[in-house]
Design a binder for this molecule. Sequence first.
Ligand code: FES
Ligand code: FES
Length: 156
Amino acid sequence: MYKDVTITINGEEYQEHIPVRLLLVDFIRDVAGLTGTHVGCTYEGVCGACTIQIDSEAVKSCLMLAVQADGHEVATVEGLAQDGKLHPLQEEFNEHHALQCGYCTPGILMNAEEFLKENPDPSEDEIREALIGNLCRCTGYVNIVTAIKSAAEKMA
Ligand code: FES
Ligand code: FES
């Protein structure tokens, strides 16, 4: 079964005829061609690598069907930088060496971006709690937490 959908991703509208069982993460990667959103746990909703935002709310895109995003605004990591300038979170991840392989990074950035809008002055514990749904196998999280705290200070 197929359905026509219109999904806006990073301000660009995608009008497509898609299978109703297509996952949103596969729409983003395979239909829109935006491969910054990753799949890390074979669609089990565990790793958070596929985290994007829908209408400014962070969600795991492997746990949603693309048809559920019909008529909504999706934001992915490709839309974080504006006018050629990195988002403060991206700058601070770079500054504090908050990634190694980088596989988890797009999902963490999209989660952290929403988190800092809700909590612009977070404690370290609050940042760690916010990251509970994003697994990183490389960094040990210390530099990620430092980078998010530093980005919050920069954005204040
Ligand atoms: S791919 Fe792991 S939570 Fe979505
Ligand atoms: S930097 Fe490798 S999984 Fe996080």
